[in-house]
Write a protein that binds this ligand. Structure first.
Ligand code: URP
Ligand code: ZN
Ligand code: ZN
Length: 475
């Protein structure tokens, strides 16, 4: 099968030019002006931005959590991601305490294999690390699991203590892999939560009021310090506040291999959403919590100046009616997480490029290239280059849509609300190509279950020797 994309404006994280792209089977074969090649199908990309497929390095599909299971599985979640212009995601396999990580990997392979619309990889969540299992980490790397997520939050569930963090970091560093950290002091937060519930402060807004930004900043500082001693690159996930960002900036200024992502919810939503009536605030109960609005400006600065490298979604949907309901009388029982995988590209383009905050190149970097480099997918993914996987989006930079659970152009996620309900966005992923196959054609899904494949990721720095730049672009 061959495909010729004509007349497009190709944008990568560094280039912006007009050319045609010839795709043979799954990869990009030729890039050039006025290509006259025979192809099974020709797409006219005039007026479109031709960008690398989005990479979302943080999703939770089919995840048991908060007394329930996230509402999107690997079929529905990846199909929704495809509609939104994302062609690769990295989800999380979860090791069960006392059990092998390899067992966890098998479990997550079984959840995903044959079901996905797009390519996928896994980070491994470690919930403990007995000495006799530490060597599994090397085996995981051989299986293409080249990053871990550790939790300083959620005591009694996913939390690991500092000793475990240190041991995991040492081994991850030795193996050439990366540690992702949920950096929040869960031990202190749990005490604050108990105090609040005891006082009868049970409404959704107390989820935010019991998770001060200082506890996120402390977690970030501790994660960075332990990683420094253990000699491993650390990637702070879902960074939400200016306080936390300050810690990342300090470390990067010292040349430490510290990276961080933020998410659309922290760029576009704020604390006031928790004050919605009729328990609606529960829709926004996620961890870290939404912050006061002024933090958003600081996060955008972090993105503009390269202190934050990536925008993921932390997509972890729970239905309002049946699942968020679990915490109707006590906010601490509301399953933590919100949907977003489908709307990321449009939100970032609209709030970033259209709003004049970032360039189109930065848009591509933040939604695709950077994650590919940090997580061992580059240059197979994350760019448009000869030999790379033909994961390409024809992005209409002019089309406007109002995001809504009822808009068939913006919502295919298996959840009964949209976190960004009513947001008007300019910029829509209209045609999406995954390894040479058109899976979304002018907003219509044309793929099938099982089109996506597991991607073995390479080690940090294996194909990208300088790693991701640590130098800031701050003046
Ligand atoms: O609220 C969230 N973020 N739920 C998913 C689990 C996590 O901490 O990433
Ligand atoms: Zn987390
Ligand atoms: Zn998460």
């Amino acid at each position: 099968m061959s495909l010729l994309i004509k007349n497009g404006r190709i944008i990568t994280s560094v280039d912006d030019y007009y050319a045609d792209i010839f795709i043979e089977d799954e990869t990009i074969d030729v890039i050039g002006r006025n290509l006259e090649m025979e192809a099974d199908r020709v797409l006219d990309a005039k007026g479109y931005l031709v960008i690398p497929g989005g990479i979302d390095p943080h999703t939770h599909l089919d995840m048991p959590f908060g007394g329930t299971v996230s509402a999107d599985d690997f079929e529905t979640g990846t199909k929704a991601a495809a509609h939104g212009g994302t062609t690769t995601l990295i989800d999380f396999a979860i090791q069960t305490k006392g059990h092998s990580t390899l067992e966890a990997l098998d479990t997550w392979h079984a959840k995903a294999e044959g079901k996905t619309a797009i390519d996928y990889g896994f980070h491994m969540i470690l919930t403990d690390l007995e000495d006799n299992r530490i060597n599994e980490m090397r085996m995981l790397a051989d299986e293409g699991i080249t990053s871990y997520k550790l939790f300083m939050a959620y005591p009694g569930v996913l939390y690991v203590d500092d000793g475990t963090i240190y041991r995991a970091m040492r081994k991850a560093g030795e193996d050439g892999t990366v540690i992702c950290m949920h950096a929040e002091n869960g031990i202190v937060i749990d005490e604050i939560v108990k105090e609040a519930v005891k006082k009868g402060q049970t409404a959704p807004k107390y989820h935010s009021l019991t998770r001060p930004t200082q506890m996120e900043a402390e977690g970030v500082h501790r994660a960075i310090s332990i990683a420094d001693v253990a000699n491993v690159p650390v990637y702070i996930v879902h960074l939400s506040s200016a306080d936390a960002l300050e810690q990342v900036v300090l470390a990067r200024d010292k040349g430490k291999a510290v990276f961080a992502e933020t998410c659309p919810q922290y760029l576009f939503l704020d604390y006031s959403y928790y004050e919605k009536e009729d328990f609606e605030g529960a829709k926004y109960v996620m961890t870290p919590a939404l912050r006061e609005k002024w933090n958003q400006k600081e996060l955008w600065r972090g993105l503009q100046f390269g202190d934050l490298q990536s925008i993921s979604t932390d997509h972890c949907p729970f239905c309002f009616k049946e699942q968020k309901e679990l915490g109707r009388t006590d906010f601490s029982q509301i399953p933590n997480g919100a949907p977003g995988v489908e709307n990321r590209m449009s939100l970032v383009y609209n709030g970033g490029v259209v709003a004049g905050r970032i360039s189109v190149n930065k848009f591509v970097d933040l939604t695709s290239t950077s994650a590919a480099k940090i997580f061992g997918l580059f240059p197979k993914k994350g760019t448009i280059a000869i030999g790379s996987d033909a994961d390409i989006v024809l992005f209409n930079p002019d089309r406007k849509e109002t995001i809504s659970v009822n808009n068939t152009c913006t919502h295919h996620m298996n959840v009964d609300y949209n976190t960004y309900e009513g947001f008007e966005v300019q910029g829509i992923s209209e045609t999406v190509i995954s390894r040479g196959k058109v899976i979304v054609d002018n907003c219509e899904y044309k793929g099938k279950k099982g089109d996506g494949k597991y991607v073995k990721r390479s080690l940090y720095n294996e194909y990208y020797p300088i790693g991701h730049p640590i130098k800031s672009d701050r003046p």
